[in-house]
Design a protein around this ligand. Structure first.
Ligand SMILES: Nc1ncnc2c1ncn2[C@@H]1O[C@H](COP(=O)(O)OP(=O)(O)O)[C@@H](O)[C@H]1O
Ligand SMILES: [Mg+2]
Length: 362
């Protein structure tokens, strides 16, 4: 799958952009704060409907403007599609596929699959469980509409349950009404748990293979799902936790508290791994994500590499470059020579300066 063209209007610091991309490697280089990540972010939004950096659509519109546009032309086995995202200051964003507005975000998923890899992802192991859940969700929403639907419903119900908990906190006579939400929470939550379990099992097998290669057979990586509740005891846990939930006016059990464990040779990498090991595990996991999307969707995603090469040592840089040869990659960096010395094939090179993007070499 390829992004063939990208047009931006009043998107962050990019006033106007019309760009053709190459099917393999596209490099965007420039000093700090010039608009490189902004460009990748816009592609990510066209794929998933939201930014990986902010929840506020307003932040995406160029200061002083009322609206912004992201337009992408994508190709998938000779079929061309157009994605238009229209961001507005005062109302909800509009998204159209092939000029037809979509009603639900779920309709967007699957048109363009991307994997984003940025320096923050290298800290996936070290960060809190929330970041790991975000990783899971963003991945799964792209490959499974059922997952997206259940996740969306789950969080809607969770919000309603929490707001009812606040009311019960002040008026205990309302206590019985919680069970309406509990049933729905269990219903949607169970689906999420089941899908996550399967996904992590597959991810573990693939990343373990990759990790073995990076570490020359020294390390066996295992990724384990750590659900907050199991499908069979979700109902019981919710019931038992109700008093505590009323006290703290928040739901303490459910997949919104899930986590993932990373083990090397059966030892928890988060607690006992070196920083280098943790980063290598992140790299293996990200590369596995690409393979997993390929397996699930039958097509390779587009890889967005945001300033990540400079964070890796020479061996890992080489490994990464060697493992992304057959897909479209959009790379940002500050020093282009560093990236080029690892690449043998032709690539498009663009310079990014103060929101302007110009072709350097193609
Ligand atoms: N809504 C916006 N309108 C105008 N400029 C913005 C907006 N949001 C961010 N910027 C500017 O974009 C620049 C950061 O761009 P970014 O793509 O993150 O940089 P980098 O090239 O280092 O990746 C900053 O100068 C910031 O002020
Ligand atoms: Mg950046």
């Amino acid at each position: 799958m390829y992004v063939k063209k990208i047009s931006l209007k009043n998107y962050r610091n990019i006033k106007n952009l019309d760009l053709k991309l190459q099917n393999n490697i596209n490099i965007f280089y420039g000093k700090n704060a010039q608009g490189k990540t902004n460009l990748l972010e816009s592609i990510y939004i066209a794929a998933t409907g939201r930014s990986h950096r902010t929840h506020k659509d307003k932040d995406l519109i160029k200061f002083g403007e009322n609206e912004a546009h992201i337009k992408l032309e994508i190709e998938k086995e000779n079929i061309y599609d157009k994605i238009d995202v229209h961001l507005k200051n005062n109302s909800k964003k509009g998204i159209a596929i092939n000029n037809i507005p979509i009603k639900k975000l779920g309709q967007l998923f699957g048109y363009l699959n991307v994997v984003i890899f940025s320096p923050e992802d290298l800290n996936l192991i070290k960060q809190g469980p929330q970041e790991r859940r975000k990783f899971l969700d963003m991945e799964l929403c792209q490959v499974s509409n059922i997952y997206y639907y259940n996740l969306y419903q789950y969080y809607k119900v969770l919000k309603q349950r929490n707001s009812l908990l606040k009311k019960i906190h002040n008026d205990i006579s309302l206590k019985e009404s919680i069970f309406i939400w509990d049933n729905q929470l269990i219903n949607f939550g169970k689906k999420i748990i089941e899908i996550r379990k399967l996904f992590i099992e597959k991810l573990s097998v693939i990343s373990s293979n990759i990790h073995k290669n990076i570490t020359s057979d020294k390390e066996i990586l295992n990724i384990k799902y750590k659900p907050n509740v199991f499908v069979n005891d979700f109902e019981e846990k919710l019931k038992k936790g109700l008093e505590k939930d009323i006290t703290y006016t928040t739901t303490s059990y459910g997949p919104h508290k899930d986590d993932i464990l990373f083990l090397i040779n059966n030892i928890n990498v988060r607690d006992f791994g070196s920083q280098g090991q943790q980063r290598t595990v992140s790299l293996s996991t990200k590369l596995a994500e690409i393979k997993l999307i390929e397996e699930e969707k039958g097509i390779l995603p587009v890889l967005l590499l945001d300033d990540v090469l400079s964070e890796l040592d020479k061996d890992r840089q080489k490994f990464l470059i060697n493992n992304i040869k057959n897909l479209q990659v959009i790379i940002t960096c500050t020093g282009v020579e560093d990236v080029l010395k690892n690449l043998s094939e032709n690539c498009n090179i663009f310079n990014v300066s103060n929101g302007e993007i110009i072709v350097d070499r193609s």
